[in-house]
Write a protein that binds this ligand. Structure first.
Ligand code: SF4
Ligand code: SF4
Length: 356
């Protein structure tokens, strides 16, 4: 299972859609439990993936290194804003199987949402570690009204990232933070997805698989199956708050449905399949592929039923585009250009939630 560990609630940035440091009333700023207690909890799972999270987890590098030395995880992952990537000792850096770096695409878009000169800082740090790091570096975007999905993704693919993933800024922000979501979806996002799918297919025909995570994750479901939420929240992915509470989803430590006990009183096995999405997902025709997209959005419906349906429209569009791509993928596999397993990405839950 996947364990998302909050190393701190503190963040050195204040991005527009996030607000930075997690309020003290949601969870304490610093880890309150002993690493030994977390080790005892995780060691009952022989297939553990540990992902470091925050706040900004690299503000607590010594704690992270102690956890990497102590926790019996098969794989380690980090989600970071990238500012302190070059501070990780090389021997530990290369024990990370995936590094997800927050960046929103082109310089003007990243700096607009994340702050002045953030783009340059992040790209500089990624360039610094790239020659020394053999694992998967994933650009992780929050996509909002200023974003042009085609331009942002193709730009990031031109940088030293192996993969690009994104989440729409629609779960955790109130609808009022958009001027005109409907128009953006219709005139920008869906058209960009179609164009991006075309680019992806063209590259496949030339023998190249572009590392676009939502496309890969959807094709993986189409080829290999799979069940429920791709992020695994509440099923086989859980977050551990700084005070040792166990959460189904790392977003929203303050919601009752999200709290599943703590590391002292619960074990990994009994946590499995604790929380699931509700209707309309279970009877949706594309549920086998979408899986309900996001547990948080399904439970909270911050945009109401109408808003929920609008977001589903974006999922339907990307899934339709991937139906088109799937036909090409199947032909190329038959022709021996690719092996089926070339499309088995991600090979483990690396915290990319697949459906944007
Ligand atoms: S498209 Fe919407 S209703 Fe259908 S499974 Fe996904 S989130 Fe649920
Ligand atoms: S996709 Fe939604 S439910 Fe899953 S981890 Fe992200 S915010 Fe939580």
């Amino acid at each position: 299972m996947l364990y998302i560990i909050f190393l701190t609630g503190v963040c050195n940035l204040r991005c527009r859609y996030c607000g930075g440091t997690i309020p003290e009333e949601v969870m304490p700023r610093e880890v309150q439990y002993k690493i030994e207690d977390l080790r005892r909890f995780i060691e009952k799972d022989t297939d553990a993936v540990v992902a470091f999270y925050g706040g900004e987890p690299l503000l607590r590098i010594p704690l992270m290194l102690r956890m990497m030395d102590s926790l019996p995880a098969k794989r380690f992952v980090i989600q970071t804003n990238g500012f302190f990537l070059d501070k990780i000792p090389l021997s530990y850096l290369n024990r990370l199987d995936a590094i997800l770096v927050s960046i929103d695409g082109r310089e003007k878009i990243t700096d607009y949402y994340r702050g002045h000169r953030v783009y340059r800082m992040v790209v500089d740090k990624v360039r610094k570690i790239r020659p020394h790091y053999g694992g998967d570096i994933i650009a992780r975007m929050a996509v909002s009204e200023e974003s042009d999905i085609y331009e942002e993704v193709t730009h990031l693919l031109s940088l030293p990232f192996d993969h690009v993933h994104w989440q729409l800024n629609v779960v955790w922000s109130p609808e009022g933070s958009w001027h005109d979501f409907d128009s953006w979806v219709h005139h920008s996002y869906n058209l960009g997805i179609t164009r991006l799918a075309g680019l992806w297919i063209e590259n496949l025909k030339r023998g190249k698989i572009l590392g676009i995570v939502p496309f890969l994750g959807i094709i993986k479901r189409m080829l290999f199956g799979g069940e429920g939420l791709p992020c695994g929240a509440g099923r086989d992915a859980f977050a551990i708050a700084t005070d040792g509470r166990i959460l189904a989803c790392p977003i929203g430590g303050e919601f009752e449905w999200n709290e599943l006990g703590d590391i002292w009183s619960r074990g990994p096995e009994e946590l499995c399949n604790s929380v699931d999405v509700e209707e309309p997902c279970k009877s949706c025709d594309i549920y086998p592929i979408c899986g309900g997209r996001c547990l948080f959005a399904n439970k909270e419906r911050l945009w109401g039923e109408n808003g929920f349906t609008k977001i589903c429209g974006t999922v339907r569009h990307i899934v339709n585009e991937m139906e088109r791509a799937r036909e090409v993928v199947e032909i190329l596999i038959q022709e021996g250009i690719f092996r089926r397993e070339d499309f088995f990405y991600p090979s483990f839950n690396n915290t990319t939630e697949i459906i944007p």
